[in-house]
Design a protein around this ligand. Sequence first.
Ligand SMILES: Nc1ncnc2c1ncn2[C@@H]1O[C@H](COP(=O)(O)OP(=O)(O)O)[C@@H](O)[C@H]1O
Ligand SMILES: O=C(CO)[C@@H](O)[C@H](O)COP(=O)(O)O
Length: 481
Amino acid sequence: MSAAEGPLVVGVDTSTQSTKALVVDAATGRVVASGQAPHTVSSGAGRESDPRQWWDALGEALSQCGEAAREAAAVSVGGQQHGLVTLDAQGEPVRPALLWNDVRSAPQARRLIDELGGAKAWAERTGSVPSASFTVTKWAWLAEHEPEAVRAVKAVRLPHDYLTERLTGEGTTDRGDVSGTGWWASGTEAYDEEILARVGLDPALLPRVVRPGEVAGTVRDGHGLPFSKGTLVAAGTGDNAAAALGLGLRPGVPVMSLGTSGTVYAVSQHRPADPTGTVAGFADARGDWLPLACTLNCTLAVDRVAALLNLDREAVEPGTGATLLPFLDGERTPNLPQSSGLMHGLRHDTTAGQLLQAAYDGAVHSLLAALDLVLDADADPAAPLLLIGGGARGTAWQQTVRRLSGRPVQIPEAKELVALGAAAQAAGLLTGEDAAAVARRWNTAAGPVLEAVERDEATLNRITGVLSDAAPLLERDAASR
Ligand SMILES: Nc1ncnc2c1ncn2[C@@H]1O[C@H](COP(=O)(O)OP(=O)(O)O)[C@@H](O)[C@H]1O
Ligand SMILES: O=C(CO)[C@@H](O)[C@H](O)COP(=O)(O)O
């Protein structure tokens, strides 16, 4: 391996299933070393993880990077959004973190929407109508179900804040990730004291919001990871905002990410406020906005269907009428938090491969239904859809997105766009550049473009019809729990 041309930086992606670390040459974007370590998510009543696992996984991922990590001049952490991390006076977790895909706070979400003037008022105030994924509804759930735990809480953090603070010793967050809490007013770009008072959360327990391009701190003594004391630490951000940096994303270019969550988003210069709640009006990690729609059931749900059918995930066969709504974890888009999966249209000649294809179709349908809503009205309808996340490596995913979107699909060769975006943010601290401009200089979005094919309207319409007819049943499913 040839020597680096510039200083080294480390970008981290601490997402739902694992933590990944990249050591990157800040001059060229070349990945010099990489590591990855898994963490577990409880699969009982809710979805929880012990934050200390993320720290241990970061240590393991960095140790796989060898000596290169020690030479890093700057580091930045991107992480799964929304998770509620509660810390005691010693900085130790009071309880496991409630993750973005834990839907137990659905009743609290409905109540908070009613109490604070309805969906439109929330959208105008915070950019989003809170669903069970949002941190504010999780805090309200905790206050109701575990008041003793809440009394012990001395700091509230998001997943990426937790790791950043363990590096620097300072409680910080950024505008991208804080915009997914539900207690940050997107109009004023400040914590919303009325919302915080409504859920009984003292603003003094929250981290400082670091400005784009600002240093969050420096690596402190005794952290136990292979970084030198004094290494610069960037603000970090939520994983989707980090991937937007990693792609060097310009306004109007659509992205679909296929991972534990499915997301569609685009950078916009207009502050979003969708009163239907389909689009979350997040801020990006720069100074723009990141309207985004998110599903709870993506690669894991489809892989689970493949396992149930005893098929390889690529063993799809063209469908002839079966519909599968893969809502194994409940769903957020459409907003059916306590629903379960549904199958329709089986015949004697339906094959297992067709059922698997129906699961892909169901997962992609939910994302495409939201795609036009995240794009500004003047966005180019023929612009290639950038396909990222673990699922983007799969042929069945690629072909399903291509057939159902009718758009050209571009698959960046760079695999870890969240970690690359964090690395670009760290590099920006050293050079003074905008992080997205760093990623463009690194040419991270480059990759093959699959040309557009005719959109499969018949399948889209069939799924839309089944979904709308089944909604009362799926709602009843929720009511019976
Ligand atoms: N070659 C592949 N084909 C299809 N799916 C894949 C492939 N490789 C990984 N995946 C899926 O990607 C998922 C992990 O994606 P990733 O974006 O890393 O997840 P996360 O959202 O947790 O960051 C796994 O659930 C796996 O099902
Ligand atoms: O909740 C959202 C976005 O609003 C999710 O996208 C999470 O940020 C989890 O991301 P992954 O672990 O799937 O990357």
